[in-house]
Design a protein around this ligand. Structure first.
Ligand SMILES: *[C@@H]1O[C@H](CO)[C@@H](O)[C@H](O)[C@H]1NC(C)=O
Length: 260
């Protein structure tokens, strides 16, 4: 009898040991992933606040770019437009800030990393973004950057991409008048301010991704894993098809490995 009681106590103790979480060691990204963790570790209040602020909210992605940096071109044409925009379009706001590593000099002129041409294309992009208002400039700018990568002259690239993406005459006229007016310069000044005021860490290179207003060097290593991060960060009633599909494929693969 006593042996059985001791045995039962050992089993019970073992079970308690096994279920008591070491809260200090739980990776922070998992803190709000499960109600039991939240309750056991005292995260509930902060997690509820986090959920209230993010539930069904689009995730803001701000990207600092400049027109002629090869890494920016690759990021735009191979990742941001074809993967992020196309799969997460309804769940993210993507803001492009075309200034990058340019500098405003003492006389007020702008010096760009890849020279004069980059400055004028940055300015064009600023004007085009502004002229598109609430339509996304990303498909068109990705098209233009892809053409520039293929050594198409900038003016031809613009013409071809405007045609391909059916950019109307009104937008074209707005962009043109912005370019030749003070607005074009003002938008560059504004892009410079946005670039230089990212918080809490300054950009060290381009492209540079800022998420919900937070700029971190450590995040930049995951620029090409944005889909995975977005699937984890998003919380909403409407599931993201891309994330559902990725998870289903994972399950399928895992169960195949397990059962056969
Ligand atoms: C995203 O940006 C919009 C517009 O600037 C802002 O109103 C909203 O609060 C931002 N969302 C988050 C989660 O930061």
């Amino acid at each position: 009898m006593l042996v059985r009681l001791v045995f039962a106590l050992i089993v019970l103790f073992g079970a308690i040991q096994a279920t008591a979480p070491n809260c200090d060691a739980i990776p922070t990204s998992m803190w709000c992933s499960n109600k039991d963790i939240e309750k056991a570790c005292g995260f509930t209040q902060q997690c509820d606040k986090h959920r209230a602020a993010t539930h069904n909210q689009k995730i803001n992605i701000t990207v600092l770019i400049e027109a002629l940096c090869p890494d920016c071109q690759n990021f735009l044409t191979k990742q941001l437009y074809p993967v992020v925009f196309k799969n997460f379009g309804d769940f993210v706001n993507i803001e492009l800030v075309p200034f990058g590593n340019a500098k405003i000099q003492e006389d007020g002129t702008i010096k760009c990393q890849h020279g004069e041409e980059e400055c004028s294309i940055n300015k064009f992009e600023g004007c085009f973004i502004d002229s598109m208002a609430d339509q996304s400039p990303l498909p068109t700018l990705s098209c233009i950057e892809e053409s520039i990568q293929k050594k198409v002259e900038f003016a031809d690239a613009v013409q071809q991409c405007f045609e391909k993406l059916q950019i109307g005459g009104d937008i074209q006229r707005l962009t043109q008048s912005c370019l030749v007016s003070k607005l074009g310069a003002d938008l560059q000044t504004k892009a410079a301010a946005t670039t230089n005021n990212v918080w809490p860490e300054q950009h060290k290179f381009v492209p540079w991704v800022v998420v919900n207003g937070v700029s971190l060097t450590s995040l930049q290593g995951f620029q090409n894993q944005l889909p995975t991060l977005l699937c984890e960060w998003y919380s909403g009633d409407k599931p993201i098809p891309y994330c559902e599909t990725a998870l289903k494929m994972k399950y399928k693969k895992a169960s195949i490995r397990h059962f056969f």
